[in-house]
Design a protein around this ligand. Structure first.
Ligand SMILES: [Zn+2]
Ligand SMILES: [Zn+2]
Length: 104
């Protein structure tokens, strides 16, 4: 299997994506640049294209109902899941410790 490469638009460094990770990618997934830490949103899979996501400070929460990762841009506010419509109040104190689980 071949690895995939994607150029980070923010720093122009090449990020390598293992073939098995590529297979799990879907559009709108967000990668983190190995070099500069920018968040890169997948806008196309074939060919692989990404856009830099501005001001994304890691405010991602998982919907307790359907486990969709939701971008929450107002910490402290309740979040409504775009997938299932469930509204909940995230535990903001947990946010910021999620970087460790990155599989990249
Ligand atoms: Zn970068
Ligand atoms: Zn949901």
């Amino acid at each position: 299997m071949e690895d995939f490469e994607v150029i980070c638009p923010a720093c122009n460094e090449t990020n390598t994506i293992a073939a098995e990770d590529y297979q799990e990618l879907t559009e709108n997934d967000v990668l983190e640049c190995d070099s500069c830490g920018a968040y890169l949103e997948v806008v196309s899979l074939d060919p692989l294209e990404v856009l830099v996501v501005e001001d994304r400070e890691g405010f991602f929460v998982d919907c307790p109902r359907c486990e969709t990762a939701i971008e929450a841009d107002e910490p402290g506010e309740p979040v409504t899941c775009p997938e299932c419509g469930y509204t909940f109040a995230p535990d903001w104190s947990d946010i910021g410790e999620e970087e460790e689980e990155s599989k990249w």
